[in-house]
Design a protein around this ligand. Structure first.
Ligand code: FES
Length: 348
């Protein structure tokens, strides 16, 4: 094991141990440090740090998040391993308060893959021991023969069972999801690192929430909705979820959302926003508990911007980067929500 020292912008110091070849971010989070990150998979650039002593080696030179590494010594902690006998890093921000359950690595087996549409599916991993997670978190799955881990959000509410349920979107050009969607991973042993992610519903959250999610970003929100139902959150705080999809043909998880609306007894309002095609009259007949709209999810929310400014809800945003960025702009510029108040998951 090699010791890594870290200093944040305020001069606070911490250290953790890393194995040769292990990703620095994963080792630091597993040690309970509040390191900065968003995606943990090389996309966002949120885990940037500067090497001030020693050397690190990049595990993925083409990582999209490396666009933020412009100065000598800047690295992505989630895509770098140690390459010297000691390593010292400087963070551009302060350590985050570690509020979520600690991360760790578990071994598990993939089971129960099910197509929801040709491009979206659900699957489970039976772990050797349970992972404690907060609603809205994700985990990194490493499969044999696939270079590097991939991130998937848990759809299930936290429980003490050693089984995690996930949602996945098929990436034809990727290495892992084609295996998953073909059934080739069924029964395969995988490593699971988690939980990760800070866009969570906390037990002391005592306000309504507004969620804007796109596509497979619904995965973590399902977990949040289930946890909120179990805690009676909607009885105290009526909340709203706007779910962005392209077309009615190809929609998924609407039965589950309609069921959640019914169980909330009026406390949860769900609007499905179709960007490319308006919902037909058959939508209302099939899903009387859901509302439907034609447009982008954040534009649907924009219509009630004055209510957001007045109510100050907890705001969740999850989905592809352009959707998350447009939603954040609208929330900050028009609804006057502080960026620090927005809990978001941005993934490609
Ligand atoms: Fe490392 Fe996103 S957390 S690039």
């Amino acid at each position: 094991m090699i010791a890594v020292r870290v200093e944040d912008r305020a001069g606070e110091r911490a250290s953790f141990a890393v194995r040769p070849g292990e990703r620095l971010l994963h080792a630091g989070l597993s040690a309970g440090l509040g390191l900065p990150y968003e995606c943990a998979t090389g996309t966002c650039g949120g885990c940037k740090a500067t090497v001030t002593e020693g050397e690190a080696r990049s595990l993925w030179n083409a990582a999209p998040g490396r666009r933020v590494c412009r100065r000598p010594g800047e690295i992505l902690m989630c895509q770098s391993a140690v390459a010297s006998e000691t390593l010292t890093l400087k963070l551009p921000a302060a350590f985050r308060e570690a509020r979520e359950p600690p991360s760790g690595v578990r071994v598990g087996r993939v089971c129960g893959f099910r197509h929801l549409t040709p491009e979206i599916g659900t699957f489970s991993v039976e772990l050797d021991a349970p992972i404690e997670h907060a609603p809205g978190q994700f985990a990194l799955i490493s499969a044999p023969g696939v270079e590097g881990p991939r991130a998937y959000s848990m759809t299930s509410a936290p429980s003490s069972t050693p089984r995690l349920d996930f949602l996945a979107r098929l990436n034809e050009a990727g290495a892992l999801t084609p295996l998953l969607f073909s059934g080739a991973l069924d029964g395969c042993e995988v490593n699971v690192l988690g939980p990760l992610g800070r866009a969570t519903l906390r037990s002391d959250d005592d306000r309504p929430f507004l969620a804007i999610v796109g596509g497979s970003g619904i995965a973590g929100m399902l977990s949040i909705v289930e946890a909120a139902l179990a805690a009676g959150h909607f009885g105290r705080h009526p909340s709203r979820l706007v779910f962005g999809l392209r077309k009615p043909n190809g929609a998924f998880l609407l039965d589950e959302l309609a069921d959640a609306v019914r169980r909330s007894q009026g406390g949860l309002r769900v609007t499905v926003a179709f960007s490319d095609e308006p919902p037909g009259p058959d939508f209302a007949a099939a899903f009387p508990d859901l509302e439907a709209a034609h447009g982008l999810a954040h534009d649907v929310v924009r219509a009630g911007v004055s209510e957001i400014a007045a109510e100050r809800p907890i705001v969740f945003v999850a989905g592809p980067p352009p959707m998350v960025d447009a939603s954040m702009r609208m929330l900050v510029m028009e609804a006057k929500v502080s960026p620090a108040e927005i809990r978001f998951d941005r993934f490609g």
